[in-house]
Write a protein that binds this ligand. Structure first.
Ligand code: ADP
Ligand code: F6P
Length: 324
């Protein structure tokens, strides 16, 4: 039976992502406009267990849609992965009158959201991660901004790499997921893309391609290396030694997670935030908002977590096809 909610909480958890503020703003304002009370939980599940809970008004989210990061801060919390921690979290929600919750984060955060839901707090997840690695959705809050940030940085590296006729290894974020690397590979016209999902570790083949490219007259050689493969500095040294071509490594790092969200991230995050409130108002729980095949939809959290996602073979092949 659908349970009507009166007071909802909102938290951000795991790695931050540009557009999270737009999502928080949408949750807060859509809920207030539907007659609900809203509480902000600071620092994810860690803040929930510390009872860092603040009342949110419409003005609490003024001047935030254009800001990167998350105004609620974010954290990782080991205690919440235990049944005792989850039980305590649900009790704290009840103590503060919170009967609905919106969790903005990645897969780990959704596992926590599923637990809260099972403990009687109606909980909805919103996909917030720059990695685009949530299987049920074609869009995650923050990917668009992060990939544009990385692309612009790589364009700059390309200028200097061409001028010096060097080889450049650019390491982008993505410990387990190569989407930022793949999209930059296409958008920056990189000569090689090393993805955690695909790289077979054959460095000699990589070196052979660099030598071949130079023979064909290529002035630069941009290799996008995903964080999950890493070791860009030592790889650069080995490539320089084997090819005789000056090689430099640049690790873009956390700059990819910050900055002003793009229009797409602001708009999609706003739509997803409003949809989360709508689901709670309908009495729904244990749902994850997603964007699939051009539509905003929602999935059961456990079903969503059981789905798997791989790099698009089509996109990977196109990247390779267009490089020569
Ligand atoms: P992300 O949400 O970006 O995948 P993490 O994997 O670090 O990030 O998860 C964020 C937080 O979600 C963790 O610090 C923990 O508090 C909570 N979490 C992760 N896995 C579980 C789990 N199996 N059960 C309950 N909570 C979890
Ligand atoms: O999940 C987002 C992400 O930025 C990954 O791309 C990266 O591997 C990880 O977070 C880095 O986490 P941290 O900021 O804790 O080093």
């Amino acid at each position: 039976m659908a349970k009507a909610v009166k007071t909802i909480g909102v938290l951000t958890s795991g790695g931050d992502a540009p557009g999270m503020n737009a999502a928080i703003r949408a949750v807060v304002r859509s809920a207030i406009n539907k007659g609900l009370k809203v509480k902000g939980i600071m620092r994810g599940y860690a803040g929930l267990l510390e009872e860092e809970i603040v009342d949110m008004e419409s003005t609490s989210v003024s001047d935030t849609i254009n800001r990167g990061g998350t105004i609620l801060y974010t954290a990782r919390c080991k205690e919440f992965t235990t049944p005792e921690g989850q039980q305590r979290g649900a009790e704290i929600c009840r103590k503060h009158g919170i009967d609905g919750m919106v969790v903005i984060g990645g897969d780990g955060s959704f596992r926590g959201a599923g637990k809260l839901s099972a403990l009687g707090i109606n909980t909805i997840g919103l996909p917030g991660t720059i990695d685009l690695d949530i299987a049920c959705t074609d869009y995650t809050i923050g990917f668009d901004t992060a990939v544009n940030t990385a692309m612009e940085a790589i364009d700059k590296i390309r200028d200097t790499s061409t001028s010096h006729e060097r080889c450049s290894i650019v390491e982008v974020m993505g410990r387990n997921a190569g989407y930022i690397a793949l999209w930059c590979g296409i958008a920056n016209g990189a000569e090689d893309i090393l993805l955690p999902e695909r790289y077979d570790g054959d460095e000699q083949a990589l070196i052979n391609r660099i030598i071949e490219n130079r023979k064909r007259g290529k002035k630069h050689n941009i290799i996008i290396n995903a964080e999950g493969i890493g070791h860009s500095g030592s790889m650069a040294k080995r490539i320089e030694a084997a090819t005789g071509i000056e090689t430099r490594a640049t690790i873009l790092g956390h700059m990819q997670r910050g900055g002003t969200p793009t229009c797409k991230d602001r708009v999609y995050a706003s739509i997803m935030g409003a949809k989360a409130t709508e689901l709670l108002v309908e009495g729904k729980s244990n749902r994850l908002v997603a964007y699939k095949n051009g539509e905003f939809v929602d999935f059961d959290i456990q079903e969503a977590l059981n789905m798997t996602k791989d790099i698009s073979e089509e996109q990977f092949n196109i990247a390779k096809l267009l490089v020569r």
